[in-house]
Ligand binder design. Structure first.
Ligand code: UD1
Ligand code: UDP
Length: 385
């Protein structure tokens, strides 16, 4: 039996962990056991507990309750606590997801204690080191032993940074932090979307609760610091969404991340205040994962700066205007199913126009077949010595 210590903390990591936990429970419970550590990076009910409830994830074995803070303070506290838990649990490997401060703290704590790190969602790059996530993911990749990239672009980025191909690394010897193995494995989030798509239909009351016009709304999420920390930038994005809504008589549904909600609450910007006059503009609290899947299923189009929501729009065959100047999910843009608009109001509006006039889009198979979690479990068993 191999013991995995899994670090989660931010909303998307809880969601991703559901897929691996499901695979462990259903197919690998005699060979793998998982100890869940929640750093507490996200702590509101709608940013954390709701996912455990809806997705049947076991309660964390350790709740570190670190909470919010500056990067150094938050990551530092996590590092100290994760080190303590590793020493108590002595796991065979530590599993981390994505690129948050919880990911970074896990990678640093485990690699310094010579515990192999399994990085899921490895290799993704924005090539923009002003994003905190870029620093986190590069550090996590370069301290990991088993790296699972959901895309071929991710695999190529790792090889450009000096990682050997799997064949070459296997010829050199066993997987080790000095001889890491890299895999292309598909996307756990696709596993989740397939698994929960039908169940999400049970949440239809969401539409009447919020007065959402099913099929005639744009789904939007905004939470990146580069879009939210400067109020003029945020006001520009929201005004562009408002104009699109008024000119096309289409609803905007914006489940609001607390970072963005805080900015809006503190602001006396007149453009932001005027959003309240547009009854088609629906700002709602963050929703659960099943509600989110349902919204993605019925939206006409998605406008987001979220990595996960970009992908889920693609899984649901919905065009996407990406509210960022670049993306790690380059294949989606290359396929013509998404455009990059950044925070530029003109580009946001022309992104909407672009897809309004576009015929049927093709959504090629990029993210695997919905069995990434099983692949990862099998591979951990094969390669972790
Ligand atoms: C973090 C990740 C980001 C990921 C996002 C997912 C880092 C550096 N960033 O960004 O990569 O895309 O999670 O959502 O790790 N807050 C609350 N309640 C909560 C959580 C946060 O009010 O439950 C507020 C706090 O004011 C906090 C702010 O949101 O300071 C930002 O939270 P934080 O976790 O630091 O960063 P995110 O923007 O959520
Ligand atoms: N999500 C959710 N409720 C919301 C907004 C997002 O369940 O109100 C889900 C979304 O479906 C996706 C994940 O959260 O699975 C994406 O997380 P987020 O946008 O916070 O972070 P990112 O993916 O950008 O790191």
């Amino acid at each position: 039996m191999k013991k995995l210590l899994t670090i989660i903390g931010a909303r998307p990591q809880i969601i991703k962990a559901a897929a691996l936990n499901r695979a462990i429970q259903s197919k690998f419970s005699s060979q793998l056991t998982e100890v869940l550590v929640h750093t507490g990076q996200h702590y509101d009910h709608g940013m954390s507990d709701v996912f455990f409830e809806e997705m049947g994830i076991p309660q964390p074995n350790y709740q570190l309750s670190i909470g919010s803070g500056s990067h150094g303070k938050q990551t530092g506290k996590m590092l100290e606590e994760i080190e303590r838990v590793i020493n108590l649990e002595n796991p065979d490997a530590l599993v981390i997801y994505g690129d948050t401060n919880s990911t970074l703290a896990g990678a640093l704590a485990a690699s310094k204690l010579h515990i192999p790190v399994v990085h899921i969602e490895a290799g993704l790059r924005s090539f923009n080191k002003r994003m905190p996530e870029e620093i986190n993911r590069i550090t996590a990749d370069h301290t990991s032993t088993l790296l699972y990239s959901p895309t071929k672009a991710g695999l190529r980025s790792l090889e450009r940074e000096g990682f050997l191909s799997l064949d070459e690394a296997q010829k050199k010897g066993k997987a080790d932090v000095d001889n890491p193995y890299v895999f292309h494995c598909g996307d756990l989030m696709y596993d989740n979307t397939l698994f929960y798509s039908a169940k999400a239909d049970e949440y239809q009351s969401l539409f009447s609760t919020h007065g959402i016009d099913k099929g005639n709304f744009i789904l939007s999420t905004i939470h990146r610091p580069q879009n939210t920390d400067d109020i003029n930038t945020l006001a520009g994005i929201l005004s562009a969404l408002n104009e699109i809504s008024l000119q096309n008589q289409i609803q905007i549904v914006l489940p609001l991340h607390p970072r963005t909600a805080n900015m809006i609450q503190q602001s006396d910007d007149s453009e932001i205040k005027s959003l309240a006059e547009n009854l088609l503009f629906k700002i709602v609290e963050p929703v659960g994962f099943l509600e989110m899947i349902l919204l993605e299923k019925h939206a006409q189009l998605v406008m987001t700066d979220s990595g996960g929501v970009q992908k889920e729009a693609f899984f649901m065959k919905k065009p996407c205007v990406i509210l960022r100047p670049e993306t790690e999910w380059v294949e989606i843009v290359e396929s013509g199913c998404a455009v990059l608009a950044g925070s530029n109001p003109v580009k946001i509006k022309s992104g909407y126009e672009h897809f309004s006039h576009k015929g049927k889009l093709e959504y090629p198979s990029i993210f695997g077949d919905g069995s990434a979690a099983e692949f990862i479990c099998q591979s951990i068993l094969e390669h972790l010595t």
